[in-house]
Design a protein around this ligand. Structure first.
Ligand code: PEP
Ligand code: CO
Length: 447
C-alpha cells in the first residue's frame, strides 16, 4: 500500500483541469451520494487486468485500448454500445489471429466523460463562455447556460456508466462474444468493403479451426475461453472528487481501489509529478496509465515510474506515448532506453491520435489515417531498435459510419467530413477505418 496516502490526500496538491463548480455545497452533496453507491467494478477484476497487462509488459500479449474521445449523454443507447463492442472484438480477432498472442481488450467506455481543455474559456462572437469539459460537467451547446458546470451530471455519468457496464457484461459473457459468432460482428456497411472481406476470410478460417478441434475430440462447447471474453473499462481520471467518491477499500486485501473503472489514466495535461492527479493514482491498486507526450524527459519518466509503481509490479503502469507521427521515433527512443535500463516493467502503448490532430481546409478538427498509421509504424520501429516490446495501441474510434478522420479505406476527403461529423470532442476512426487499422498494425507487428 502507498505510504502517507488517503483517498483524499490529493486535496493537499494542486489539481489541474478541475471545473469551476458554481455551487460547492451542491457538489459535496452529490459526491457524498455517489460515495454511498455500489462500486462499478470489483477489485478482483482490476487485479485480473493487472495480471493480463503484466503479460503485455513481458512481451507475451498485446493491449487494445479503444473507444470514444468523450462519451455522450445524448448518444447513449444499446445499439451504440453494441457497435463499439463489435469493432473492438473484430480488431481483437484480427490482431490475435495474425500475431498469435492474446489481446487484452480495454474500452474507453463506461466512464470516459471528462475532458481536459487547452483553454478554460471559449470565445463565441463577443462573448467568452466556459469551455465544454465533457458531459459529466456541462453541455457542449455554445451558450452560457449550457456551459455552467452542473453537479447533477456526476450522477447521470455514474448511472450511464453502470448501465453501459451492465450491457457490456451481458454481451461479453452472454453469447454475443462467442467465437462461433465471429461472422456476426461485421456491421452491414463494412461487410462488402475490402477490409470487411478480409475479415470474413479470417472468420471463415476460425470457424474451420473450431470444426477441426471438435473433430479431434476437443470439447469446444464447454471451454469458456471460446465463448466469453473479458472487456475491461477505462477512462481518464480527471475529476478527482468523482474518482475519490468511487474509491473503496478492498475487503480481501485492505488495499484501495478506484472502482469507477478497471483502469484509469492520467492525461498529458495533468501528469505533473507534484500535482493532485499523480498523488491520487499512486494510492489506488488499479492498473493505471499515463500519457507521455513529446516534451517528456527520461528523468521525468523515471521519477514517474518510481512514484506510481515503486514496487515495480508488472502490469501496474502503462505508458501511453502520443508523440506525433513526425517525431515519434526520435522522441521515444531515449525514453525506452531509460525505462528499460531502470528495470521498470511497464507496458508501452501507442496513442497515435492525440499527436496528429489537424484542422481541415473546411475548418474541422481531424486526423489523417496515414498519420495515425505512420505514428504506430514509428512506435514499432523505435521499440525494435531498443529491444523493447511495442505492447499495444490506444485508439479513438466508434462503431458508427462517421466521417471524422481523413483517408483510410474509404478515402475520406476534407469535404466528406461534413457528412457525418458527430464527435463531441476529438475525431474518431469509423468502423471501416478501425478494422483496416487492425490489419495494418498486425502487418507492422509481424514484419
Ligand atoms: C484523450 O485521451 O482524450 C486526451 C485528452 O489525451 P491527452 O491527454 O494525451 O491529450
Ligand atoms: Co481525445
Amino acid at each position: 500500500m502507498a505510504r502517507n496516502w488517503t483517498p483524499d490526500s490529493w486535496k493537499g496538491f494542486s489539481a489541474a483541469q478541475q471545473p469551476d463548480w458554481p455551487d460547492t455545497a451542491d457538489l459535496d452533496r452529490v459526491l457524498k451520494e455517489i460515495s454511498g453507491m455500489p462500486p462499478l467494478v470489483f477489485a478482483g477484476e482490476a487485479r485480473k487486468l493487472r495480471a493480463s497487462l503484466g503479460q503485455v509488459a513481458a512481451g507475451n500479449a498485446f493491449l487494445l485500448q479503444a473507444g470514444d474521445c468523450a462519451e455522450s449523454f445524448d448518444e447513449f443507447s444499446a445499439v451504440n454500445i453494441r457497435e463499439k463492442l463489435r469493432v473492438i472484438l473484430q480488431m481483437a480477432v484480427v490482431l490475435t489471429y495474425s500475431m498469435g498472442v492474446p489481446v487484452v481488450k480495454v474500452g474507453r467506455i463506461a466512464g470516459q466523460f471528462a475532458k481536459p481543455r487547452s483553454s478554460p474559456f471559449e470565445k463565441i462572437g463577443a462573448e467568452e463562455i466556459p469551455s465544454f469539459r465533457g458531459h459529466i460537467v456541462n453541455d457542449s451547446a455554445q451558450n452560457l447556460d449550457a456551459r455552467r458546470p452542473d453537479p447533477a451530471r456526476l450522477l447521470t455519468a455514474y448511472n450511464q456508466s453502470a448501465s453501459t457496464l451492465n450491457l457490456l457484461r451481458a454481451f461479453t459473457k452472454g453469447g454475443f462474444a462467442d467465437l462461433s459468432r465471429v461472422h456476426s460482428w461485421t456491421q452491414e456497411f463494412v461487410g462488402s468493403s475490402p477490409e470487411g472481406q478480409r475479415y470474413e476470410s479470417i472468420a471463415a478460417e476460425i470457424e474451420r479451426a473450431l470444426l477441426f478441434m471438435r473433430a479431434c475430440g476437443i470439447d469446444v462447447e464447454s471451454n469458456p475461453n471460446l465463448h466469453e471474453v473479458d472487456v475491461y473499462t477505462s477512462h481518464e481520471a480527471l475529476l478527482l472528487g468523482y474518482e475519490q467518491a468511487l474509491t473503496r477499500e478492498d475487503s480481501l486485501t485492505g488495499d484501495w481501489y478506484d472502482c469507477s473503472a478497471h483502469m484509469l489514466w492520467i492525461g498529458e495535461r495533468t501528469r505533473d509529478l507534484n500535482g493532485a492527479h499523480v498523488e491520487f493514482l499512486r494510492g489506488v491498486g488499479n492498473p493505471i496509465g499515463c500519457k507521455v507526450g513529446p516534451t517528456t524527459s527520461p528523468e521525468y519518466l523515471l521519477e514517474l515510474c518510481a512514484k506510481l509503481n515503486p514496487a515495480q509490479q508488472p502490469g501496474r503502469l502503462t505508458l501511453i506515448s502520443r508523440m506525433g507521427a513526425d517525431t515519434v521515433e526520435d522522441s521515444l527512443r531515449p525514453l525506452l532506453k531509460a525505462v528499460k535500463a531502470s528495470g521498470h516493467p511497464v507496458v508501452w502503448a501507442c496513442d497515435p491520435m492525440h499527436g496528429n490532430t489537424i484542422t481541415s481546409t473546411t475548418g474541422r478538427k481531424t486526423r489523417r489515417f496515414e498519420d495515425v498509421l505512420r505514428e504506430i509504424a514509428g512506435f514499432v520501429k523505435a521499440h525494435h531498435a531498443e529491444g523493447t516490446w511495442p505492447g499495444g495501441i490506444h485508439i479513438e474510434l466508434t462503431g458508427e459510419n462517421v466521417t471524422e478522420c481523413l483517408g483510410g479505406a474509404d478515402a475520406l476527403s476534407d469535404t466528406d467530413l461534413d457528412h457525418r461529423y458527430e464527435t463531441m470532442c476529438d475525431p474518431r476512426l469509423n468502423a471501416r477505418q478501425s478494422l483496416d487499422l487492425a490489419f495494418r498494425v498486425a502487418e507492422l507487428m509481424r514484419d
